[in-house]
Ligand binder design. Structure first.
Ligand SMILES: NC(=O)c1ccc[n+]([C@@H]2O[C@H](COP(=O)([O-])OP(=O)(O)OC[C@H]3O[C@@H](n4cnc5c(N)ncnc54)[C@H](O)[C@@H]3O)[C@@H](O)[C@H]2O)c1
Length: 357
């Protein structure tokens, strides 16, 4: 029996709904496989915890998470707590504290889910966005002076280091190399941002020399949004900064049908610390408690988690089950269906049980 210790942090809004669904699906995989076991511990950190304790997680939160093989995360964000507190109190300290520098965001059109783009269907949009996840615009450098005064100033400093850019570039080229098309698009804004972004371009050219079988091109981030909409077939793997890729991947999720199907993995490629797997979406106040949150993103990120843990068969089985259920039209309202979260979850569990591959 191969046992994996999973820390579940459902947190806020629809986070608990989609993580509960994901844990049910993992349990169905355990039963179907017979040789994998998930030893899950659930942590009650998040905005409710903050309202009781004044912090999103305890001071020794990272120490508590360290012994786990992976973290399965829901979403943070509450209407009555400022967003920068929820984000900087839980999700970002985990990403940065565990040096999960590669944020990997696959996007494709799943059978049964339609893209808002005309004439774009299954196979026409199949991308992986690699987001630098440890520095850049979200490094947390900056400050405010003369608060509340007319001369108040706020700075938000982007930090780009040669070490940080080199390692994410090498990760992205290697990922592109592992995909059938072996193509990477390096996204920057090096026309307007003359220092860090020009360094990105230079380092991309240096690392490209290590991957002669990978073709690559460069795009400015604004032009990239146009290309994603107008020519999705021309794109395969993308690498971009923390902020740019954050924005591009929401667009990617919407172009693939809904934010509710878009997953993300915060990876420490060197496996010194647990990596963290989560849906891209937030806590979705508008649908919380209605039982209609799309659980597909949390299933897809669970599949990324299984790959990272070295269980590619279970990962592929989960994605086959998800694609079968969506193709059968058992989907939630955000992608045009009428199914509830638990109906989709039950159907995916049943597809896992019945699969005889
Ligand atoms: N990683 C995170 O934890 C994360 C990411 C984004 C936003 N947030 C936080 O979440 C809160 C709400 O933010 P927002 O409204 O900008 O983004 P959101 O992702 O929560 O919701 C955007 C829209 O997408 C829909 N949606 C999202 N996930 C869905 C799902 N699984 N199924 C069906 N529909 C879904 C929502 O109903 C909403 O209409 C804020 O506090 C924000 O800071 C957290």
């Amino acid at each position: 029996m191969r046992t994996y210790k999973i820390a579940a942090i459902p947190a806020d809004g629809i986070g608990p709904e989609v993580i509960e669904a994901g844990l049910e699906v993992l349990s169905a995989l355990e039963k179907r496989d017979g040789t994998i076991k998930f030893d899950v511990e659930t942590f009650d950190w998040g905005s409710d915890y903050y309202k009781q304790h004044g912090v999103m997680m305890p001071d020794d939160g990272l120490e508590q998470l360290k012994p786990f093989d992976a973290i399965y995360f829901g979403a943070v964000g509450a209407a009555d707590v400022p967003d920068h507190i929820t984000l900087w109190g839980l999700r970002l300290p985990i990403c940065q504290g565990f040096d999960q520098y590669a944020n990997v965001r696959p996007t494709k059109i799943i059978p049964g889910v339609s893209s808002p783009l005309k004439d774009v269907g299954v196979g026409d949009l199949d991308w992986v966005i690699v987001r630098e996840n440890s520095e850049g615009e979200y490094s947390g450098h900056g400050g405010r002076a003369h608060k509340g005064m007319p001369e108040e100033v706020g700075t938000e400093v982007s930090i780009f280091t040669r070490v940080g850019v080199t390692r994410i570039m090498r990760y992205a080229f290697a990922l592109a190399q592992s995909r059938p098309r072996k193509h990477l698009t390096v996204v920057t804004k090096s026309n307007a941002q003359r220092f860090g972004m020009v360094m990105w371009d230079e380092i991309a050219a240096e690392i490209a020399a290590e991957f002669p079988d990978v073709t690559w091109d460069k795009m400015l981030v604004d032009a990239m949004t146009v290309r994603m909409v107008k020519d999705p077939k021309s794109i395969d793997t993308i690498v971009a900064t923390n902020l740019h890729a954050d924005i591009l991947s929401d667009l990617a999720g919407a172009l693939a049908g809904s934010l509710g199907v878009a997953p993300t993995a915060n990876i420490d490629p060197e496996k010194r610390f647990p990596s963290m797997f989560e849906p891209i979406h937030g806590s979705a106040f508008d649908i919380t408690g209605k039982g209609i949150a799309n659980p597909v993103a949390s299933f897809w990120t669970a599949s990324q988690m299984l790959d990272h843990l070295g269980e590619p068969e279970a990962s592929a089985r989960l994605m086959r089950a998800v694609e079968r259920v969506c193709a059968d039209g058992i989907v939630t309202p955000d992608v045009g269906g009428t199914a509830t979260t638990s109906e989709v979850t039950d159907a995916v569990c049943e597809a896992i049980r019945r699969e005889n591959i």
